[in-house]
Write a protein that binds this ligand. Structure first.
Ligand SMILES: [Zn+2]
Length: 234
């Protein structure tokens, strides 16, 4: 397969794995924060209804705040990139010679000989000066440019997909010792997703599983403790 095809596949694999990792991490947040709320209320209450209510409220609030947070952070990233590109366009108009030198220096630093670097810079400038500077000087490429709405929807959906799991447990499993069912099922879901994210990202599955189990246990354990301490009969 040609080198170009390899690059094309690689860039698409990276794109896909970025999205998958973000979705898995979003779902992890959904599981952990929704399960923790459910466990905290289950530890404090003698009835299932308050647990369901708190779990649904936590799920909706969490999904909306994740989506809003993602929208704001991606939008401000896009704003910064758009302003940078605009400044670059101006610099290319006002001082094309200096910009050409700057581009050649970037290629030289990457290992090209001085003359080769200048030739490459000249040819790419002739083809599309702004594109060359945006990509090689500012480091902005299609992978880093996310769509804020798409990112917000993906993040909210991932959180919801994760958070629905503890809600189903709170709805259908026996109310007696519900905290343990919630904890056990949440840890199981977290291990599966954490392992998947590690595998997709090419990192150690074992370490990811130990990490998520430990922090998951700490988070859910502390909310259970708070619930027991309050022990409110609603
Ligand atoms: Zn430039």
């Amino acid at each position: 397969m040609s080198e170009l095809a390899d690059d094309y596949l690689d860039s698409h694999y990276i794109h896909r794995s970025n999205w998958l990792r973000a979705a898995v991490l979003g779902a992890n947040d959904g599981i952990l924060s929704t399960a923790s709320i459910a466990i905290g209320v289950a530890a404090a209450s003698d009835f299932r209804e308050p647990v369901i209510l708190a779990t649904v409220a936590g799920l909706v609030a969490g999904a909306l705040s994740m989506a809003a947070g993602e929208y704001v952070s991606v939008s401000s990233q896009t704003d910064i990139e758009t302003a940078d590109i605009e400044r670059e366009r101006k610099e290319l108009e006002e001082m094309p010679e200096i910009e050409l030198q700057r581009l050649a220096e970037i290629y030289e630093k990457r290992g090209l000989k001085k003359q080769t670097a200048l030739t490459v810079a000249k040819e790419l400038t002739e083809k599309d000066a702004l594109a060359a500077h945006v990509r090689d000087e500012l480091g902005i490429n299609e992978i880093s440019q996310a769509n804020p709405i798409q990112a917000a929807l993906a993040s909210g959906a991932a959180f919801t997909a994760g958070g629905v799991l503890p809600l189903l447990v709170a709805l259908f499993l026996p109310f007696e010792h519900l905290e343990y069912y919630l904890y056990g099922s949440a840890i199981l879901f977290l291990i599966i997703l954490g392992g998947l994210a590690a595998k997709t990202g090419g990192s150690s599955v074992k370490r990811a599983v130990i990490r998520i189990t430990f922090w998951g246990t700490v988070a859910m354990g502390l909310t259970a403790l708070v619930g027991y301490l309050f022990n409110v009969n609603v």
